[in-house]
Write a protein that binds this ligand. Structure first.
Ligand code: CU
Length: 419
């Protein structure tokens, strides 16, 4: 009961969001199993209650087990990433301005490495396309995407004078009506709205998961499908891809060669398309689904639940990762290789990182370095990823980190947590 009261107090008073002034020296963590019963009348999401418990446990773990690091990065100087809906109007406008700034800065990728890269934003898309097969495997997907999202946040701050931090989109809060969320409602303080309805691909009645040719799940098209025509990103240009899309009317990329490393990196400038799908979000990103994911007993279970099951997408199960992408769908949102071309990507992956962070820190002693899987996409015979493997972001961001560096958000290059 005491635990529930502590978490309740934190939810009610965000200013008090922190571990006690003097952290205990006994290694006593919040037992999240006692948090099972949410008040029936409450609109507090169970997944958010678990995230609050994780925040406290992370600080207890870090202060006791990593005291040297805790002196450098602790509850007084860590930054807290917040949900877009919690941003003020001016904070939202600052973020939007910074993203648009990035799309106007020159690309740092040499032309011969990315003929289609038109701007600094494209450097991030190109890196994601370029490394696709080694970053979407079971072993380092989460660590790499944590590093990628952080580097994007750093670039907004360093190169576009952004003073805030990367927002996330809290799927379950908007699962029934994503188009009504402040992130996607098409207002001046959104990341753009739905695509136009009249302009969807002809003859395409559904989007096939995992592929259009052999669908296990058929997502019916929503009311959009065409170019985004509302909000600050209505003139956004998508320059790279497609590589792996289920939107049949997307024009082909001029670079199609798998072996020269340029696939998808030719210039293919087009509008940003979306087809917002409450059909998808309401089934697979609701509070029940996210809570089930957060209660996974080990890393293997967590991984497969996030990605649609051990036989992905069979049993009519999409998993939060694909479901988050298909909440907006469209082009390049539905193309898992080129999807960072829609700035929505970083909202969705902020939340992917947040649920991983939550799962890790519900039981930090056993999970902070939990790793599972291999280093190559869909290849179970490839070597297992190890904590010592290094990761880089190509021309998007300088330097390298190891997977170990990316396991804790209060260590390695990072110093952040989530509210
Ligand atoms: Cu990715």
């Amino acid at each position: 009961m005491r635990t529930a009261a502590v978490v309740g107090a934190i939810l009610l008073a965000p200013a008090a969001f922190a571990a006690p002034q003097t952290l205990t020296t006994s290694e006593e963590y919040l037992d999240y199993s006692v948090l099972d019963t949410a008040p029936a009348s409450s609109n507090v999401l169970q997944a958010d209650v678990l995230a609050s418990a994780a925040a406290i446990n992370q600080q207890i773990y870090q202060s006791i087990n990593n005291p040297t690091q805790w002196r450098k990065c602790n509850r007084n100087n860590a930054i807290y990433r917040r949900e877009w809906a919690a941003f003020s109007t001016s904070e939202k406008k600052d973020y939007i301005t910074a993203v648009q700034c990035m799309s106007k800065l020159p690309s740092k990728t040499p032309k011969e490495k990315c003929p289609g890269c038109q701007n600094r934003y494209d450097d991030f898309v190109a890196t994601h396309i370029n490394q696709t097969f080694s970053i979407h495997n079971t072993g380092n997907f989460l660590a790499w995407h944590r590093y990628f999202t952080w580097a994007y946040e750093q670039t907004l701050r360093k190169e576009c004078n952004y003073k805030g931090y990367q927002p996330y989109y809290n799927w379950p809060r908007w699962a029934r009506n994503p188009a009504g969320s402040p992130a996607l409602d098409g207002s001046a303080t959104s990341m753009g709205g739905n695509g136009l309805g009249g302009d969807r691909c002809t003859n395409q009645t559904f989007y096939g998961i995992p592929t259009q040719a052999q669908p296990l799940i058929e997502i019916p098209h929503g009311t959009g499908g065409g170019c985004v025509d509302s909000g600050p990103f209505k003139d956004w240009k998508v320059n790279l891809g497609p590589v792996f899309t289920d939107v049949t009317c997307t024009p082909a990329n001029p670079e199609t060669n798998f072996t020269n490393g340029l696939i998808g990196l030719g210039k293919n400038t087009r509008c940003l398309r979306r087809d917002i799908s409450s059909w998808t979000s309401s089934q697979w990103t609701n509070d029940q689904q996210v809570t089930k994911l957060l209660k996974s007993k080990d890393m293997k279970t967590f991984w497969y639940d996030m990605q649609g099951g051990e036989n992905p997408f069979s049993n009519n199960f999409m998993g939060v990762h694909t479901a988050g992408h298909f909440t907006t769908g469209g082009d390049p949102g539905s193309d898992f290789v080129a999807s960072p071309g829609d700035p929505w990507f970083f909202f969705h992956h902020g939340q992917i990182d947040r649920v991983w962070w939550t799962w890790q820190n519900l039981d930090p002693k056993n999970r902070i370095n939990a790793i599972y899987g291999t280093v190559f996409l869909a290849d179970p015979t490839a070597a297992n990823a190890t904590l010592n493997d290094s990761m880089n972001l190509g021309y998007a961001y300088p330097g390298t980190v190891t997977i170990k560096d990316a396991m804790s958000t209060l260590a390695g290059p990072f110093c952040y947590a989530y509210i």
